[in-house]
Design a protein around this ligand. Sequence first.
Ligand code: KIV
Ligand code: NA
Length: 265
Amino acid sequence: YKRVTVKSLVEMKHSGEKISMLTAYDYSMAKIVDNAGIDVILVGDSASNVMAGHETTLPITLDQMIYHASSVVRAIDRALVVVDLPFGSYQSDPKEALRSAIRIMKESGGHAVKLEGGQEIKESIKRILNAGIPVMGHLGLTPQSIYKFGTYTVRAKEEAEAAKLIEDARFLEKAGCFAIVLEKIPATLAQQVAQSITIPVIGIGAGGGVDGQVLVLHDLLGMTHEFNPRFLRRYMNLYDDMNKAISQYVSDVKSQDFPNENEQY
Ligand code: KIV
Ligand code: NA
């Protein structure tokens, strides 16, 4: 295998090969995801929901993101590891944004960072890029701004918001980002963005007209079961399978079926 780099992703866009991306937050899962041939692993701040049980992505800290990211980095041989800058670690000023990005690169060994937003965070993106740290953008539904929008519904359905999104995507490309995530926007708009810029556009709930797809691993595996957006394809029902396995274990312990004679010393 050859390691995936930010350069290989751009080459994949140009050759028409779709980019596969999934989240992971720990060593054991990242090992499986990497061995299965994923191109990009995102250490998403969705860890705040999936790993820690918070209602939003806002509470997770930079230290916690570094812990997750370093666990993932130790597991991978091939995938590109992108790490979310968490809420509060880059919005207040560009110097703090760069300090946060540097901490992620030094302390976790991740290969790139992802930030939510467009022209609002222009100076921060430029500073991070100037330090030689690859940046992935994230537009459309940006969960760190949930309290500004109030809902997790589809974004950029109206003309004005769609026009701003196109402008932001062009800005991120011009600034030097190596890719952009588009979350939960109309498929036609996402396709239009993907066709109008030269860097890869990776979608979640953004249709098939983009350059790649990303999902939250625990959603794909069916480990989460209260989250049912239209864009989610579940490849397993692990919640049910794990529930069955664990309740069987409980009943085997209670009935003294486990351990049996061959399972002891
Ligand atoms: O944190 C995350 O999992 C993400 C993806 C949904 C793109 O940002
Ligand atoms: Na995220």
